[in-house]
Design a protein around this ligand. Structure first.
Ligand SMILES: C[S@@+](CC[C@H](N)C(=O)[O-])C[C@H]1O[C@@H](n2cnc3c(N)ncnc32)[C@H](O)[C@@H]1O
Length: 290
């Protein structure tokens, strides 16, 4: 029997994801509600907030009954389902990718059609490409085919066995679904806590924007999201939302509690042109720290 590695390490994102919230957790976490029933993230990405909430629950600093993680990215969702259900096979497949990684191999794996692969092969491909592609970007062409070039890493750390086992343990019993954010309306009930982290509104009309799926997230989607926020507020859900600190976004949520956070991120297309930018955290409840 193979020994299962210890999994008591704090779970943390195992993917690189544009807009990942790890660096903002210390500013966001103090505002989590004190008590709630169920938890959901409709824009899960690398799930930084969920991993953190899970570790708070392990320390008896948060209580909730069940979790629903959703995202519209089918490959991301399949990856979490496989980490939850078959992490051992996934690790074997990733080990093969790690052994064979070089330029031709990267482009061979990138060219594979996901429809021809099993769920575990799709998940291994997704993690392998995520960790070896340029800047961990996720970009697809109109046909939905991943098209990011290989990154220039000397020795990319493709996966960490202990971290994947820890993530797998953390995902047991979690509902993981491919869903558009609008489908949340069929799920949410009074007493649920929902953290929204949508693709951000651009800081300026010319700012570059990362496309995560073939369906862009524009002003119309931001407006629809704000309408859903209002509807869930009426239902009695506890709501927290991140977005960029722009006049349009502040206007959409002007009747809620808007807190300014400072993030360090690339503010134009040159990755080295980093600055401190403001982000908004919108809550529909009085946080204990406000
Ligand atoms: C800013 S990222 C979330 C980052 C995440 N909080 C983290 O820590 O990594 C936004 C996510 O929204 C997803 N997304 C984009 N459009 C969507 C839609 N219409 N419905 C649901 N998810 C969507 C993207 O696939 C992406 O994972």
């Amino acid at each position: 029997m193979t020994a299962v590695p210890p999994t008591s390490i704090t779970p943390k994102p195992f993917l690189k994801w544009a807009g990942g919230k790890t660096q903002l957790l210390s500013q966001i976490a103090p505002h989590f509600p004190a008590a709630f029933n169920r938890y959901s993230e409709p824009f899960t990405g690398s799930a930084a907030v969920y991993w953190h909430l899970y570790s708070l629950r392990e320390q008896d600093r948060a209580q909730f009954t069940s979790v629903r993680l959703a995202d519209s990215n089918a490959e991301l969702v399949n990856c979490y389902q496989v980490v939850r259900d078959d992490v051992a096979t996934l690790i074997k497949k990733l080990t093969k990718h790690r052994q064979q990684h070089q330029k031709d191999y990267y482009y061979h794996i990138r060219a594979q059609q996901v429809a021809d692969l099993s769920p575990v092969d799709r998940a291994a491909r997704f993690i392998y490409l995520n960790k070896t592609c340029y800047n961990g970007l996720y970009r697809v062409n109109r046909a939905g085919q991943f098209n990011v070039p290989m990154g220039r890493y000397q020795n990319p750390a493709i996966f960490d066995t202990t971290a994947l086992h820890s993530a797998s343990r953390t995902l047991q019993g979690v509902e993981i679904v491919q869903a558009d954010f609008r489908e949340l309306l069929d799920w949410a009930q009074c007493g649920d806590f929902i953290y929204f982290d949508p693709p951000y509104a651009p800081l300026s009309p010319t700012a570059s924007f990362t496309s995560y799926t073939p369906h862009p997230f524009g002003q119309r989607e931001q407006q629809e999201l704000a309408d859903i926020y209002r509807e869930l507020n009426r239902r009695g859900c506890l709501l927290m939302l991140s977005n960029s600190w722009t006049p349009t976004i502040l206007d959409l949520y002007s009747d809620f509690h808007c807190l300014e956070l400072k993030a360090s991120r690339a503010i134009n297309s040159k990755a080295d042109n980093r600055g401190r930018v403001s982000e908004v955290l919108v809550m529909n409840y009085q946080s204990l720290c406000s």
